[in-house]
Design a protein around this ligand. Structure first.
Ligand SMILES: [Zn+2]
Length: 490
């Protein structure tokens, strides 16, 4: 009993030690109370889960430029109004419009004993094959260096990029980072050595038959060859056949790139109580790949961002500063929304205190990643230390793609970090659907985000900004010279 008591005492001392930091105890206490109320409310109302279910039903297919994306924009606008967000409006951006088409075939022609097709998805932005498809022998490589070394062998062939997603990295995002270059740059690397198409092993540590699509870029001035992702099991089979002899495949894709379309970021806010011109941004991306429902990527982040604000408003927790929810368009194949926001709000960015993105799925909270300076990190750690869910780590890292264009202006970036073990089971696949979302895991993320946002927005002191990048400073000086008196922020 006594041992238990001591250990309980030690635990609570530890908890308070974790909370020690630059925020004085008197200021922290009401924030701690608010964090408790936020968690209770979010976990009983289940509003994030309902909101995400709605999005997956109304606009499951919402790749930029599609009718589904337009439906998602209108849905988000109406939902923000319904949730009580303030100043709800749309901000325009121009997005690419690519469609997958109906035909996606990778047929095995040789070896003779291997019949049938392998599971593929065209990569977003790929050109189609000729109508009748193309047939060629395959060469498999695990790196761009290997491709360069075997350039002569690759001519006229289909290149399979088969570097596995590392299974040993505990963060699956690190595994992703180590493999995704093949998907993004593979087609042009293949074309440069005279190959006729590129197939890339799907971005997942799993061995299964689920292909993962994703973005790719053609290098300027290089011939565009068609490109698709093959399931990891498919890639393994090709590699095994190649050990015994030549492999010949037939690829047919009828995807198409259309004229650019007009689309929108959807914006709403909780206007600050006393410092409304100081702004915190929270968001995810509203677009999603066209094959599943984008439930985890990034419907979860969108629903969490909206409901975080709705919760604070309902609980009467209107903080000093404004919290603005931005649902960005076109993260998956262009980042037009993120760029448009940073550009159109350039004058306001010196008053942007923080940008938080949730784009790693709706799983159990583990913490946040940030590029914050040490003083801001200490504050964020102290606030995250109040979380009841255990998601209290604040570690150095990336904030998010959509908020990254604000980085140069010194806006501190914060990325919501849920458990990453299952994310790449689903990412960019047909199975990223609402039934894969667990309501408690999702809601705990909303509570974590709402708590930290509230804390930063309510602080007496402003979260210390990051130093501006040199390029930003130069551009600002230039603007000041051009328009004297107009370059200064209020
Ligand atoms: Zn995403």
């Amino acid at each position: 009993m006594r041992a238990l008591l001591i250990s309980i005492l030690t635990c609570s001392t530890l908890a308070h030690a974790q909370e020690a930091g630059p925020i004085p105890a008197g200021e922290l206490a009401p924030i701690r109370a608010a964090v408790g109320r936020i968690h209770d409310d979010v976990l009983t109302r289940r509003e994030t889960y309902k909101t995400l279910g709605d999005l997956c039903r109304v606009a499951p297919k919402r790749l930029s430029g599609s009718p589904g994306a337009a439906a998602a924009v209108e849905w988000a606008r109406q939902t923000m109004i319904k949730l009580g967000l303030e100043k709800v409006h749309l901000e325009p951006c121009v997005v690419p419009h690519w469609t997958r088409g109906k035909v996606e075939v990778l047929k095995v022609l040789a070896p003779a004993e291997a019949t049938g097709s392998l599971k593929i998805l065209a990569l977003g932005g790929s050109v189609p094959t000729p109508k009748a498809g193309l047939s060629a022998e395959v060469i498999a490589v695990t790196s761009f260096e290997e491709l360069t070394r075997r350039a002569a062998e690759a001519k006229g062939k289909i290149v399979l990029f088969n570097r596995p997603f590392s299974a040993t990295e505990l963060s699956t995002f690190k595994g992703y980072g180590g493999a995704v270059g093949q998907r993004v740059r593979g087609a042009s690397a293949a074309a440069q050595v005279g190959a006729v198409a590129a197939i890339v092993r799907s971005m997942t540590p799993n061995l299964d038959d689920v292909p993962h699509t994703g973005g790719m870029r053609y290098a300027p001035g290089v011939a565009k060859v068609p490109t698709a992702a093959v399931s990891t099991r498919g890639a393994e089979r090709i590699a095994a056949w190649l050990k015994r002899g030549p492999v010949r495949l037939h690829l047919r894709l009828d995807c198409q790139t259309h004229a650019d379309e007009k689309s929108f970021n959807v914006v709403g806010e909780l206007t600050g109580r006393t410092l409304p011109d100081q702004i915190l941004v929270v968001g995810g991306h509203l677009d999603a790949w066209d094959v599943g429902q984008g439930a985890h990527d990034c419907g979860a982040g969108c629903a969490q961002s909206m409901v975080a604000l709705a919760t604070l408003k309902r609980l009467g927790l209107r903080p000093r500063r404004t919290i603005r929810c931005v649902l960005f368009m076109n993260e998956e194949n262009g980042l037009a929304g993120g760029r448009a926001y940073a550009k159109d709000h350039a004058k306001e960015l010196p008053n942007h205190v923080l940008a938080l993105e949730s784009d790693r799925g709706g799983f159990t909270p583990r913490g946040f990643t940030t590029n914050a300076n040490p003083a801001a990190t200490a504050i964020l750690r102290q606030l995250a230390g109040l979380l009841k869910s255990g998601g209290d780590r604040v570690i150095p890292g990336y904030g998010g793609a959509d908020i990254s264009p604000m980085k140069g202006a010194g806006v501190v970036q914060l990325g919501y970090l849920p458990d990453s073990q299952r994310y790449f089971d689903l990412h960019h696949t047909r199975i990223d659907t609402f039934d894969k979302v667990h309501w408690r895991e999702l809601e705990l993320g909303t509570a974590a985000m709402a708590s930290v946002l509230y804390g930063v927005a309510e602080l007496k002191q402003t979260l210390p900004r990051n130093p501006k990048k040199k390029a930003e400073k130069k551009a600002e000086k230039k603007a000041e010279k051009k328009q004297p008196g107009d370059g200064k922020a209020k």
